[in-house]
Design a protein around this ligand. Structure first.
Ligand SMILES: C[S@@+](CC[C@H](N)C(=O)[O-])C[C@H]1O[C@@H](n2cnc3c(N)ncnc32)[C@H](O)[C@@H]1O
Length: 319
C-alpha cells in the first residue's frame, strides 16, 4: 500500500520513518485481530450514528481517517447508502498502519461497485496526507467518536487489564493538557506517579480509578485546559510497540474542538453515547455534501505531539 511520506523534519532532527514508529508497530500488530477484539466492539452507538448521518447526508465523498481495517468505518455506511440507491463517488481510507490499511483495501474490494465509484488508500499519520486528498470543493460534516474519561473509571481501565495481551502489560498515565501560547496550541502529557500492571487486583484498580478521578478534578481547577487522561501501554518482554490512548472530559473535548472549529463557522454538538462522546461538526453556511469520520477514539490514539496538527489537517478537509 502506498505511504504518504517517509520522513519529515521536526525541531531540526530527522524524525523516524513513520512506518517504524512505535505506534505504527503497535497498530500493525493488530492487523489480524482488529475486528474481532473485545476493545474494538465496545462502542456500537457510533455505528448507529454513522449510519444515521450517512443516510441524512447521502455524501458524495467519505474521508475515513484512522479507518483500521474498514469494517466499522466506512463499510457499514457504504452498505447502508447502497441499500437506499445512493452511490458514493469517492472514499478515502487513511490509517497510520500500512498493514491495517492493506486489510481495509481487501475488505473494500468486496464492497459492490454500486456502493462506491472510487476508493483511495493512504497510509501514514493523517496530518501528512497531501492537501489534494481533502481538497474537494464541497463542504463536509465531521463525525468524531472519542472515549469519555468517566468510562475509563467505569470499566475502561478494567477492560485494558483484561486485554493486556493486546494493549500492553504495563500502563502508565498522565494528565492530558492543552497548552495555548503565542506560538499556537499543543497537547502535552504531564506524567502522573501511577503505573498499573496486568496482575493488578480489583482493589488496586479501584485505588487507581479513585486517584485518576481526583487528579483530573484537581487539574480542572488550574489554568489551561485539561483534556482528560492519557494512557500509555507498553510490553515488558518484547517489542510490540507502544499504545497511546486518551480519554476526554466533556469540558476538555469541547475546548479542544472549539479551538479548531470556531463557533462562527461551525456548529458543534457533543453527546454522551455509551463509552464515547459523539461529536458532530457541521459548517454553518452550507449543507455538507461530504463526510469526514474519526471513529472509535482515533482522536485519542493520535500521538499527543501530533494532536493539534491532525485537527488542523482535518479542518482543512471540511472545505
Ligand atoms: C481504535 S482504532 C479505530 C479504527 C476505526 N476507526 C474504528 O472505528 O474501529 C484507531 C486507529 O487509528 C489509527 N491511527 C492512530 N494515529 C493515527 C494518525 N495519526 N493518523 C491516522 N491514523 C491513526 C490507528 O492505526 C488505528 O487503526
Amino acid at each position: 500500500m502506498q505511504g504518504v511520506l517517509a520522513t519529515s523534519r521536526t525541531q531540526g532532527a530527522l524524525e523516524v520513518r513513520w512506518e517504524d514508529r512505535s505506534d505504527t508497530v503497535f497498530w500493525n500488530e493488530k492487523a489480524d485481530s482488529y475486528s474481532k477484539a473485545e476493545l474494538t466492539n465496545e462502542a456500537p452507538e457510533e455505528l448507529e450514528a454513522l449510519r444515521e448521518l450517512a443516510a441524512e447526508l447521502s455524501p458524495e465523498t467519505i474521508l475515513s481517517l484512522g479507518c483500521a481495517d474498514g469494517r466499522r468505518d466506512p463499510i457499514p455506511a457504504l452498505e447502508l447508502l447502497m441499500e437506499t440507491g445512493h452511490t458514493v463517488k469517492k472514499v478515502l481510507c487513511n490509517d497510520l498502519s500500512p498493514l491495517l490499511l492493506d486489510r481495509a483495501a481487501a475488505n473494500m474490494a468486496l464492497v459492490p461497485k454500486e456502493a462506491c465509484m472510487q476508493s483511495l488508500f493512504r497510509s501514514g499519520p493523517m496530518h501528512l496526507l497531501g492537501s489534494l486528498e481533502g481538497s474537494q470543493p464541497e463542504p463536509k460534516a465531521l463525525l468524531v467518536g472519542a472515549y469519555r474519561f468517566e468510562m475509563l473509571l467505569a470499566g475502561g481501565l478494567r477492560s485494558y487489564i483484561r486485554n493486556s495481551r493486546l494493549v500492553g502489560d504495563r500502563l502508565s498515565f498522565g494528565l492530558y493538557r492543552l497548552q495555548t501560547s503565542g506560538r499556537g496550541n499543543r497537547a502535552q502529557v504531564i506524567p502522573l506517579p501511577l503505573t498499573v500492571g496486568s496482575s493488578a487486583s480489583s482493589r488496586d484498580l479501584a485505588a487507581a480509578e479513585g486517584y485518576l478521578n481526583a487528579s483530573v478534578r484537581e487539574a480542572e481547577q488550574k489554568d489551561g485546559a485539561n483534556l482528560g487522561v492519557h494512557v500509555r501501554g507498553t510490553f515488558e518482554a518484547d517489542e510490540r510497540g507502544v499504545f497511546s490512548s486518551a480519554w476526554f472530559t466533556r469540558k476538555g473535548l469541547a475546548e479542544l474542538l472549539r479551538l479548531f472549529f470556531s463557533p462562527d463557522r461551525y456548529s458543534v454538538s457533543i453527546n454522551a453515547a455509551g463509552k464515547c462522546w459523539l461529536c458532530r461538526i457541521n459548517p454553518r453556511d452550507s449543507k455538507p455534501r461530504g463526510l469526514v469520520t474519526l471513529l472509535n477514539n482515533v482522536l485519542g490514539n493520535i500521538l499527543p505531539h501530533e494532536l493539534t496538527k491532525s485537527l488542523s489537517a482535518v479542518r482543512r478537509m471540511l472545505g
